[in-house]
Design a binder for this molecule. Structure first.
Ligand SMILES: Nc1ncnc2c1ncn2[C@@H]1O[C@H](COP(=O)(O)OP(=O)(O)OP(=O)(O)O)[C@@H](O)[C@H]1O
Ligand SMILES: [Mg+2]
Length: 408
């Protein structure tokens, strides 16, 4: 069977033999750098490339390695990435078709492309290698992982979001999750084209946002909540003052009058943290028309509901939940954790008064995102919230149903 040279090189790069070669050549490079006391962090790309090529030429001869020109070029490229970039995942970071990169220990790497998760044949040498790449990712933003801070959630200068967690907390080796920042955010047209939303839903939500409805977007991990919130924000009239509060700033409002605030994790001594709750409270003093919290996940829930109840109509947030009902339970749970001492009934009353609309987004099995329902909270009846769906996605028919007629 004949294969193309490219395919041969691709296969070669996946072999154990190549991994060993790469590993030992990498060690050789590090040794050279140490012995000669080279300060490669100060070098430019060209210098590093020259150094790597020169070293490979010698190494191949010294070790009598049976590799051809293309294979040694592949080795040169990988070794260069290894020295300067993000190692084995550099290519994935550069690849614009990749949205998410997930590393589960040295031997399991996945990417998400167009909504689907794929396993990719990328490997690290060992745990230490993964950790080295993590440190290199975090260094420019002044963060690091180690035994005392085994997990880090951070935003890179390009806006991408990174989470890293290492052993002994991570049982199967160090993990990295990167959510790449889209250069151009998904637009309403994109979401229509993907079938995420129907034109009628879009139109309806546009009106409601402009009309200062308080709403929350709920959904599972990676279901598209933040993307959706970002989309909704563009219909906030330009003369309204918006304060946004996020753990890692992801929202990109194309809005003139926006103040962006970001929480701060505690320092090594466990001090100087600025929580979302602190920021919501502070935001109330900044005379905002609306407050947008990227995601409610802690004790800021009470302040956020209060803000929604006290003249900041049109405030919005997202919440991790698997359904609209689940969202209510999550709110109650968070309120409990936040030390809420009132009765369940009072709290539901507060929810009914604060939130008018719940948009549930979901990631379907194939990776497509759908607005599953747009639900109105109509009030409280006895102990229960009265909720009615304005739109609902019918999975079997693959259709967004408009239920507005049913409520008149
Ligand atoms: N409607 C959509 N169609 C296709 N891909 C989408 C859609 N919405 C979001 N995505 C992609 O899905 C990924 C997750 O999106 P997003 O960050 O908005 O989700 P999330 O629910 O806020 O996630 P998290 O739970 O991590 O906060 C991103 O890569 C984004 O580009
Ligand atoms: Mg999000």
């Amino acid at each position: 069977m004949s294969t193309t040279p490219d395919a041969q090189v691709a296969r070669f790069r996946l072999s154990d033999q190549y991994l060993q070669l790469k590993n030992s050549f990498h060690r050789h490079l590090i040794q050279q750098i140490d012995e000669r006391n080279l300060d490669i962090d100060q070098w430019d790309t060209e210098q590093i490339e020259r150094f790597v090529l020169e070293q490979i030429r010698r190494y191949v001869v010294d070790q009598r390695l049976p590799i051809n020109q293309r294979e040694s070029e592949a080795l040169a490229r990988d070794a260069k990435d290894e020295l300067m970039g993000y190692g084995p995942i550099q290519n994935l970071i550069d690849d614009d078709s990749v949205n998410d990169i997930v590393v589960n220990g040295p031997n399991r790497v996945f990417v998400e492309r167009a909504g689907r998760l794929y396993s990719v044949p990328v490997r690290f040498f060992n745990d230490a290698h993964v950790i080295r790449v993590i440190q290199r990712i975090l260094a420019p933003i002044g963060r690091r992982v180690d035994e005392s801070t085994p997990m880090v959630d951070a935003r890179l200068p390009d806006g991408s979001r990174v989470n890293a967690i290492i052993p002994p907390i991570a049982l199967d080796g160090p993990c990295i999750s990167i959510r790449k920042f889209r250069k151009t955010p998904l637009s309403a047209d994109d979401l229509l084209r993907f079938g995420t939303i129907s034109p009628a839903e879009l139109d309806y939500l546009k009106q409601r946002v402009a009309g200062r409805t308080n709403l929350i977007v709920v959904g599972g991990t990676g279901s598209g909540k933040t993307t959706f919130l970002n989309l909704l924000s563009q219909w906030i009239p330009a003369d309204e003052r918006v304060v946004t509060i996020e753990d890692a700033a992801e929202l990109r409002f194309e809005h003139g009058h926006v103040v962006r605030l970001e929480t701060r994790p505690p320092n090594l001594e466990g001090e100087r943290a600025v929580s979302a709750r602190d920021l919501v409270r502070n935001a109330l003093r900044m005379r905002p028309d609306r407050i947008v919290v990227g995601e409610v996940r802690g004790d800021e829930v009470l302040d956020m509901l209060q803000a929604m109840n006290t003249g900041h109509d049109g405030s919005m947030t997202t919440l991790h939940a698997n359904s609209t009902r689940d969202a209510i339970h999550r709110l109650e749970l968070l309120a409990g954790f936040a030390g809420y001492t009132g009765s369940e009934l009072t709290f539901r009353g507060q929810i009914a008064a604060a939130i008018q609309l719940i948009v549930h987004v979901s990631r379907l099995k194939g990776g497509e995102r759908r607005v599953m329902s747009v639900t109105e909270i109509a009030g409280l009846s006895g102990h229960e919230l009265v909720m009615r769906d304005i739109f609902r996605y019918d999975g079997e028919r693959g259709e967004h149903l408009d239920l507005r007629g049913e409520h008149t």
